[in-house]
Design a protein around this ligand. Structure first.
Ligand code: NAD
Length: 250
């Protein structure tokens, strides 16, 4: 087993990529803390993990709220007394409007969840990983963190920020044996892309805009998360793994 007995926190664990990663990590022996702002979805993931004989608890938390993330860390330590893996996965899209038509509130909300959320996750788990002398953090960026796409300004800015934040954090904590990497998924079949799917004009283009000519499945992202979380990635830090079917080459 590739992550046997390691304790992993997964934010946004009720969603497509978070859930697939929970199941994959549990299959390889990890003990999980599923966190989400949506309790129903998070608890469903816990049930699915348990159905496969995995170990998981649910802790509700909004990643943009410092007190709730502190509580998530506290509950994790109360249950398992250690934190080995943090998958900073929670994220949201934005209304597809031109930059000048975007409300300031929406700008702040997207940056709060997608970028500040990643900062808070690291801020409150790293002190425990430092004490342990080890840890692996995986932050979720996006193909759109690497290139522009019309009407996605706050999302793209937040996901680009995740890359730099990941590199900074990797530099600061490498000497504590904490590895910090990012993943950059392309178009993956989860509810976050429902709006695109319903757009008859855009979807045929977006769904094939990569070298493989298809969208990805959450399980294909989960495999990259498992690799980065495991000791197999022991000399990898500050990196971003693209899981995008070659979307960046397109
Ligand atoms: P999803 O909508 O299925 O899952 C997102 C989960 O995050 C949901 O369960 C939601 O309840 C939770 N969430 C939302 N706001 C939250 C908050 N403030 N605090 C805690 N939880 C919150 O989408 P997904 O595709 O599984 O997204 C996971 C991550 O992958 C996101 O960061 C997303 O930006 C990123 N991503 C997705 C794609 C894609 O095409 N699906 C591509 C690139 C990056």
């Amino acid at each position: 087993m590739r992550v046997k007995d390691k304790v992993a926190i997964i934010t946004g664990g009720g969603g497509g990529i978070g859930r697939a990663s929970a199941l994959r990590l549990a299959q390889e022996g990890a003990r999980l803390v599923i966190s989400d702002v949506n309790s129903e979805l998070g608890l469903e993931t816990v049930e699915l993990v348990k159905e496969k004989d995995g170990e998981a608890i649910f802790v509700k938390a909004n990643v943009a709220n410092p007190a709730e993330i502190q509580n998530l860390v506290k509950e994790t330590l109360a249950e398992y007394s250690q934190i080995d893996i943090l998958f900073n996965n929670a994220g949201i899209g934005n209304s597809e409007v031109k930059l000048a038509d975007l409300s300031v509130d929406e700008w702040e909300h997207v940056i709060d969840v997608n970028l500040k959320g990643v900062f808070l996750g690291m801020k409150f788990t790293i002190p425990y990983m430092e004490k342990q002398g080890s840890g692996s953090i995986i932050n979720t960026s996006s193909l759109l963190g690497f290139k522009g796409q019309k009407y996605m300004a706050p999302y793209n800015a937040s996901k680009g920020g995740v890359i730099r934040l990941t590199q900074n954090a990797a530099l600061e904590y490498g000497n504590k044996n904490i590895r910090i990497n990012a993943i950059a998924p392309g178009v993956i079949d989860t509810t976050i892309i429902d709006g695109w799917k319903q757009n008859d004009r855009k979807w045929p283009i977006i769904s094939r805009a990569n070298a493989l000519g298809r969208i990805g499945q959450p399980e294909e992202v989960a495999n990259a998360v498992l690799f980065l979380a495991s000791d197999e990635a022991s000399f990898i830090t500050g990196s971003t793994i693209h899981v995008d079917g070659g979307g960046l080459t397109f």
